[in-house]
Design a protein around this ligand. Structure first.
Ligand code: AGP
Length: 607
């Protein structure tokens, strides 16, 4: 995924572009660049590395101009290099393009263009777009761009400027998000809302196969056939605070600490007294009562939330539930019948594999419910119904508040479905709602004193390997804890089902390997306790996550992180918090960039 921005107005374009790119840096940060038109001339700066490098270059060697486009890259085609940084240009550097997505047919297009004499200076797919526009240009940049996008296969959100027509930015969207920001005598375009918020809260969300031409004083909208279309201007519900770090050193820490408020917001939004209420479910009770099978699919952290959700759906709603990784689901030709409901889980709502899985289901007339944080995203728009997580923008690449939000939404939906199926009676329903209301306070309690977890990060931040073990509903917690650690500290970490550990992986245990054992109060506590003993017998370093008051766990643990007492079903929401903090403190102890880990991006919008 990459971040693109564009500006036209009276301000100096480069300052607007740089700030916009910094607000989109979570989308990718391998390289960055801007192109502006200054006194009729197209000029640019671009460089491998994070945006701060580009900012330094612009401070040393500034550009003027009141129209420009910018890009921050997560490399897909073409290595990370200065040449492959966007913007990309035509042969004469009169046309500049920035692009988010993947052009799947770029090789054949490139071969054709080379035969026509075009000279390429990068190994990216994007550069093909600039040369195609040059090839199609007959004095009308919009028409040249429109003809070009009709030739492209894959996903793209592009911004185009040219010194031949210095009064406009032409943009197009297919498969990657693009939002137009409407200002007063100035207009903006960006991949995501945070880049626009300092300037405007009036947005137009482009849909697939839509284009726009941004002038200083107006914006015109078209479809890919060139027909003018009317678009609705929407007001943003996001506040600038939501996308600022505030006093936190990193977005990830801010978002860890936002989890009590997120839980409260979910409960306030979806619990009306003792009734569960979903505003945009759009799935009738009569339809839901006939659902006999649920397929959940997602990627990464959202997949782990789905694994927790399976426990809820099978326990509360008694529906057969399977959980799949989206990139596997979309290619296994899944069996999908009329009584199946798909649940797609995604924070960004733009994950390519999850979108593809959703479309696979839709092609087989299966209804899709998505649990999604970005309510204007592709997944949200293409689902039959949505349960918005309402966690607010999650900027840190490592997902935290969205994860606990996804679990709480799955818990509520499963109880809702259980009521419809008459599986969950009135008393049982209320019994399971009560501990839910305690969640915000119990998360706050964990967050109120993190000193012990900081001490553990001091002790173990130089470890080369970690193992995370969990059972039952906390097996996903082990997977999620391992993912958090490896993606921001680069320490090798693996999550296993504790009962499986003796079937081979236990050979890994050694006196230098911390083994995090998630073992809160549960019906299978004794089984988990035995598994921990197996590890302790082989001199592993045991760090247990256990329920307050559990003295027995000390017999087999070197360290114990306590969490407040909670019913087993909701223990994943609490037991992950110390693991989020542990990974955060270890990564910062190692001096790493927690919000922008190497090789990663906030949403993977390519296959
Ligand atoms: C989580 O910390 C990772 N950044 C990653 O696994 C992420 O959960 C995954 O890419 C799915 O993203 P989504 O929820 O936006 O679809």
């Amino acid at each position: 995924m990459c971040g693109i921005v564009g500006y036209i107005g009276d301000k100096l374009a480069d300052s607007v572009l740089i700030v916009g790119l910094e607000r989109l840096e979570y989308r990718g940060y391998d390289s960055a660049g801007v192109a502006v038109i200054e006194e009729g001339e197209l000029i640019y700066r671009k460089k491998k590395g994070k945006i701060k490098i580009l900012r330094e270059i612009l401070e040393k060697n500034p550009v003027g101009g009141n129209i420009g486009i910018g890009h921050t890259r997560w490399a897909t085609h073409g290595e990370v290099s200065d040449e492959n940084a966007h913007p990309h240009f035509d042969c004469n550097k009169k046309i500049a393009v920035v692009h988010n997505g993947i052009i799947e047919n770029y090789i054949e297009l490139k071969e054709e263009l080379i035969k026509k004499g075009h000279i390429f200076s990068s190994t990216t797919d994007t550069e093909v777009i600039a040369h195609l526009i040059e090839e199609n240009f007959n004095g009308d940049l919009f028409e040249a761009t429109r003809k070009t996008v009709k030739l492209l296969k894959g996903a793209f959100a592009i911004c185009v400027i040219s010194e031949k027509e210095p009064d406009k930015i032409v943009v197009a969207r297919f498969g990657s998000p693009l939002i137009v920001g409407i200002g007063k005598d100035e207009n903006f375009v960006a991949s995501d809302v945070p880049a626009l918020l300092p300037h405007t809260k009036s947005f137009v969300y482009l849909k697939d196969s839509e284009m726009a031409v941004l002038y200083k004083d107006k914006v015109l909208f078209f479809d890919f056939d060139g027909n003018k279309i009317e678009k609705k201007i929407e007001r943003a519900s996001v506040e600038i605070y939501d996308v600022d770090k505030g006093d936190y050193p990193y977005y990830m820490l801010k978002e860890i600490y936002e989890q009590p408020e997120v839980a409260e917001r979910i409960l306030n939004d979806k619990l009306k007294g003792d009734e569960i209420f979903f505003e945009n479910l759009n799935l009738s009770k009569s339809f839901l009562s006939k659902v006999k099978r649920v397929i959940i699919h997602a990627c990464g952290t959202s997949f782990h939330a789905g694994l927790v959700g399976r426990f809820f759906l099978e326990k509360f709603a008694r529906v057969y539930t399977e959980v799949d990784i989206s990139s596997e689901f979309r290619y296994r030709n899944p069996l999908l019948e009329g009584d199946t409901l798909m649940i797609a889980i995604s924070q960004s709502g733009e994950t390519a594999d999850t979108i593809a899985g959703l479309r696979e289901a839709k092609s087989k007339f299966i209804k899709v419910l998505s649990i999604v944080n970005q309510e204007k995203s592709t997944i949200a728009r293409e689902s039959d119904g949505i349960i918005p997580i309402k966690a607010g923008p999650e900027i840190g690449v490592a997902s935290t508040k969205a994860y606990t939000g996804e679990i709480l939404c799955l818990y509520l939906f499963s109880l809702y479905l259980g009521r419809i199926n008459y599986v969950v009676g009135e008393e049982e329903f209320k019994r399971y709602l009560k501990p839910l209301r305690d969640i915000p306070m119990k998360i706050r309690k964990i967050l109120s004193d993190t000193s012990f977890i900081e001490e553990l990060s001091d002790k173990y931040h130089k470890s080369k390997d970690f193992i995370f073990l969990g059972r039952g509903i906390n097996y996903p917690t082990a997977l999620e804890g391992a993912l958090k650690l490896k993606e921001i500290s680069y320490i090798h970490a693996t999550g296993y089902p504790a009962g499986e550990f003796k079937h081979g992986p236990i050979a890994l245990i050694n006196p230098n390997m911390p083994c995090v054992c998630i073992s809160p109060k549960s019906e299978i506590y004794d089984k988990m306790f035995s598994n921990i003993k197996e590890v302790a017998a082989r001199k592993g370093i045991i760090i247990s996550v256990a329920t307050e008051g559990d003295e027995k766990i000390k017999e087999v643990s070197k360290h114990v992180i306590y969490i407040p007492d909670i019913i087993e079903e909701l223990s994943p929401v609490l037991s992950i918090i110390p693991l989020q903090l542990l990974s955060y403190f270890i990564a910062t102890k190692l001096g790493l960039d927690v919000d922008k880990p190497r090789n990663l991006a906030k949403s993977v919008t390519v296959e």
